[in-house]
Structure formats: C-alpha cells, structure tokens
Design a protein around this ligand. Structure first.
Ligand SMILES: C[S@@+](CC[C@H](N)C(=O)[O-])C[C@H]1O[C@@H](n2cnc3c(N)ncnc32)[C@H](O)[C@@H]1O
Length: 239
C-alpha cells in the first residue's frame, strides 16, 4: 500500500486541496510532525486517526537522524499493511520535514511506496497575501534567512525562516533591497502581520517570511499599463 506525503497549505483548513482532503479521509492513519499541521489535519479527520510520533526539539544531527529512523520504523509497517499519510504545512517538497522522512524510508524501508499530494506553499501564498505580482518574465529566488541572515544577489527573493527580522532587514537594506514581511499568512492560529517595518515583528516567530526586491529594479509588465484616464501608455511615454 502507500505512504502519502500530503501538503496541507499555509494553515487555513479550507486551503487544503480537494485531493489532499480526499486522501486524508481515505487513509488508515495520519502522522504529523508538529502541532500546527496536526490542528489543520484535525479539521478533516477524527483525532482517533492521528498517529503518535515524537520529534525532539534539537539541531543535533545525530539525534535528528535517530528520531527520523524511529519515525520511519513506526510509519513503514502502517504503509505496508494499509495506507498512511504524513502531513506537512505548505508543500511536502518545499523546505519540508517530509524530505527527511522520505530519505530515511529510502535508506531503511525502500519497499514502501510513497506518493506526494502537493499543497499550496507559502512560496505562492505570499504573493497574494503581500499583493505582489511576479510578472511574466520575472525571476524569483528562494532563500533561507534564519537567525538574522541576509542572503543577497538575485533581483527578487522570498526568504523563509525569518526568525530575526531586524537583523535580516539591516543586511538587506544595506545591500539595496526593499523588503516586506509576512507572518502567519492564511493561518488560523496566531495573528497575521504584513509589514515593511521589521520592528513590528521583532519577536521571533518561525512562521515569518520576507519578500525582497532590488530597489532600483526596472519592472516591466508584459502587458500594457493604463494611466489615470484609462488610456494605454507606451513604455516610451512612461519614462
Ligand atoms: C520549513 S519551511 C516549510 C515551508 C512549507 N513546506 C511550504 O511549502 O510553505 C517553514 C517556513 O516557511 C514559511 N512559512 C510557511 N508557512 C507560512 C505561513 N503561513 N505564513 C508565513 N510564512 C510561512 C516560514 O518562513 C517558515 O519559517
């Protein structure tokens, strides 16, 4: 049978895809790596369907590997005898815990069939929440910015894991970026904040991302712009 890696979306129960919901309802057992994903899953399955997994709060690689090995050892027999699901927020293939599980299963339980159900990732949800258009032809890079890091280079970046917004902000503005932050976007728990002031979100909250765009970037939409009178303006008229 199968282990389904199901992406639950950013956190609101109705942003789980129809397929994600159908598979959640069909499996025998649902595992979740954290409290938030478990809460979203509980909108779609009864508590009795939730499996027990214990993840230590540690960065120690050896302890983490051991925890994933134990988790894979728990999940593998369930996915052999029946169908099981492992849920993650966003998409299972974007900076996700599901990658650890899949690698561990590949190494120790290669006979387990794995299927992924994609989810609405923060990497797309941010655009609507922050009212950003990634226009046709634009490039966009994904980066991580934990602990105040401020990666630079690409014209436009989405930064995940912004845990020290003021420090990240200093680095990015000094390198010539305008930055907007989004905290707890489309989440049922906690307050949603969208701001370009890092002091407003100086308290650490893991569910924070940033969109950084080079200040002098000449953004050229693929279709016409309209002036206040509704007239079409050409590129030459606008400059
Ligand atoms: C381990 S990554 C998981 C990404 C997830 N798999 C996805 O596709 O969205 C966690 C990071 O994603 C970002 N993130 C995920 N969900 C978010 C949300 N609802 N609002 C803001 N940021 C979010 C945060 O930067 C957080 O630190």
């Amino acid at each position: 049978m199968t282990l389904y890696g199901i992406g639950l979306g950013p956190g609101q129960a109705d942003l789980v895809t129809v397929r994600g919901k159908t598979v959640l309802e069909s499996v025998d057992i649902v595992y979740s790596p954290g409290r938030l994903s478990r809460t979203v899953a509980l909108n779609h399955v009864p508590e009795s369907k939730i499996g027990d997994l214990d993840f230590p709060m540690t960065r120690d690689e050896e302890k983490l590997r051991a925890a994933w090995k134990t988790a894979a050892g728990e999940i593998a027999p369930q996915a052999r005898d029946g169908d099981a699901a492992f849920v993650t927020l966003g998409d299972p293939n974007v900076y996700s815990t599901f990658g650890h599980l899949r690698r561990t299963l590949d190494a120790f339980h290669p006979d387990v069939d794995v299927e992924i159900v994609p989810g609405v990732s923060a990497m797309t949800a941010f655009a609507t929440a922050l009212d950003v258009e990634i226009e046709a032809g634009a490039g966009l890079a994904l980066r991580e910015a934990a602990n105040g890091h401020a990666p630079t280079g690409p014209d436009r970046m989405i930064l995940f894991k912004v845990t020290d917004a003021p420090a990240t902000h200093d680095g990015l503005t000094a390198a010539g970026y305008d930055v907007t932050y989004g905290r707890r976007l489309y989440m049922e728990q906690g307050e949603t904040v969208i701001t370009d002031d890092p002091e407003e979100i100086d308290e650490r909250d893991y569910y924070t991302l940033a969109y950084a765009v080079k200040r002098d970037l000449d953004i050229e939409p693929a279709t016409a712009r309209f002036d206040e009178m509704g007239e079409t303006t050409s590129v030459e008229e606008r400059v």
